[in-house]
Design a binder for this molecule. Structure first.
Ligand code: Q9C
Ligand code: ZN
Length: 482
């Protein structure tokens, strides 16, 4: 135990920069004009000015010189639309998702301002850093002719998985795409990048596909940078997972690895939200050398808005990111916490996503790789990704969405997370402001309406069932006996 305590001390002095709160004026969350701080009340004037950021980045030796337009990689490849349900059954994770995003980026004239990139299949040896030989073989063979008659049967063995004759190629392309853009950003050839990939990745486990995910694209790319490319000088990676679901696969892969700081903010609903595992709770902070390097912010219910996410950014993620000082950020960018999403039941606006992304640009010299994960409302994901692309391109943006207050539960969750992690990140020891205006949790009836929407859209989840049951008992109270 003493030896362990010593290890922590050592790591503390290298990564945590001592016990003093770091004073820095280059970060939006500290010493920033009041309009940038939580409680959100989101900023109304342009958040950290693009000019400022460029100057900061240039001062820090960033690839983008002062005044030059950022080079933003945009990877889109039609071949990743081949993965689809075998008989054309309706499914939220469908090829139209990529096409809708692409159409929007074209229509807004932002795609043409990006550096066009094409997908490459990942080499098996890179995938093998994350998945077992059996898993790789399964995904490789699933599209073969010989598999035709047992493909559906195999898919049913897994949790929320379908396969067709295009699945193998799409899966290898998705993993290869994130490797490809991550390498270019790490090498400084691109300032940042967006990989529009599917199937998504963050639920995929060591030895099984899960939750619409076949290979864990982001985890594979992180391992590629750390293990295969020492020449690129990437020693510390921050993975931010803002998909509405917990990134269970990614969490497991780096659970004892202090080189990768994994941060996931997700609906938890006391364990009833997909993937319905206890390890999405804030108590799971990593183990061994990776203790303190796994951070979960588990929401207690749906309806979370920009305000809740900005609060998690300002009071958990950004202070830790500042202390960790990553060399690159990989963003597991699901957009199923977006307003209007049929599975998520949250309501982040496109401006909200733009603001969250802007706040991340203050780290790692702005080196950010966005990899698409979930997100099932075509309009919401197209608008949100468009707003994010503009942020990466350096466009000025003004937060125009209606202002909201964070939930009381959000404040409680954030306090729990800070308490759990303050031994590892002393900057979290400070007291949270106590004069923050908060709103109370949505009523059961509101939540029921939200979950019933999910039910109507054909995506019955365990959590919607839970609320459905609550609702039945509540309705029973009001309903006159007949
Ligand atoms: N009764 C991603 O967003 N829901 N995956 C299944 C089962 C699965 C979501 C409900 C949701 C998976 C990448
Ligand atoms: Zn998701």
């Amino acid at each position: 135990a003493q030896a362990q305590a010593r290890t922590h001390k050592t790591r503390g002095s290298t990564n945590l920069r001592g016990n003093q709160p770091v004073q820095s004026s280059r970060l939006p969350h500290r010493d920033a004009p009041p309009q940038f701080s939580t409680p959100l009340c989101p900023p109304v004037s342009p958040p950290p000015g693009r000019g400022d950021r460029r100057r900061r980045m240039a001062a820090a030796g960033a690839a983008t010189p002062v005044g030059a337009a950022p080079r933003v990689g945009l990877l889109y490849d039609d071949r990743m639309c081949a993965h689809a349900t075998p008989d054309g059954e309706k499914h939220p994770e469908n090829p139209e998702r990529l096409r809708a995003i692409r159409r929007k980026l074209d229509a807004e004239g932002v795609a043409s301002r990006c550096v066009d990139m094409k997908a490459k299949e990942a080499k098996e040896k890179y995938i093998a850093s994350v998945h077992t030989p059996n898993h790789i073989k399964l995904i490789r063979d699933i599209s073969s002719k010989e598999y035709d008659y047992r493909r559906n049967k195999t898919a049913r063995k897994f949790n929320s998985i379908y396969f067709n004759e295009g699945s193998s190629e799409s899966a290898f392309l998705a993993a290869g795409s994130v490797i490809e853009v991550a390498e270019k950003v790490a090498a400084g050839e691109l300032s940042s990048a967006i990989a529009l990939v599917r199937p998504p990745g963050h639920h995929a486990e060591h030895n099984e596909p899960m939750g619409f995910c076949l290979f864990n694209n982001v985890a594979i790319a992180a391992n590629y940078l750390l293990n295969e490319r020492p020449d690129l000088g990437i020693n510390k990676i921050l993975i931010v997972d803002w998909d509405v679901h917990h990134g269970n696969g990614t969490q497991k892969m780096f659970y004892s690895d202090p080189r990768v700081l994994f941060f996931s903010v997700h609906r938890f609903d006391y364990g009833s939200f997909y993937p319905c595992e206890g390890d999405a709770s804030h108590c799971f902070i990593g183990e061994g050398a990776g203790e303190g390097y796994n951070i979960n912010v588990p929401w207690e219910h749906g309806k979370c808005s920009d305000a809740d996410y900005v609060a998690a950014w300002d009071h958990v993620l950004l202070p830790i990111a500042e202390a960790f000082d990553p060399d690159i950020i990989l963003l597991s960018a699901g957009f199923d916490a977006a307003m209007g999403d049929p599975l998520g039941g949250c309501c982040i606006t496109p401006d909200g996503y733009a603001l969250l992304l802007t706040k991340l640009l203050g780290f790692a010299k702005g080196r950010i790789v966005m990899a698409l994960e979930g997100g099932y409302n075509l309009k919401s994901i197209a608008n949100s990704l468009c707003a994010c692309t503009k942020v990466l391109l350096g466009d000025n943006f003004t937060y125009n969405s209606p202002r909201m207050q964070p939930f009381e539960s959000t404040w409680r969750v954030i306090q729990m997370v800070r308490d759990e992690l303050k031994a590892y990140w002393p900057v979290l020891s400070s007291k949270l402001p106590d004069n923050v205006p908060l709103r109370s949790a949505p009523s059961y009836i509101e939540m029921w309406i939200a979950s019933f929407q999910i039910y109507l859209l054909g995506n019955l989840t365990p959590s919607s069932l839970t609320f459905y049951r609550h609702a039945i008992s509540i309705v029973a109270v009001f309903k006159p006996h007949s």
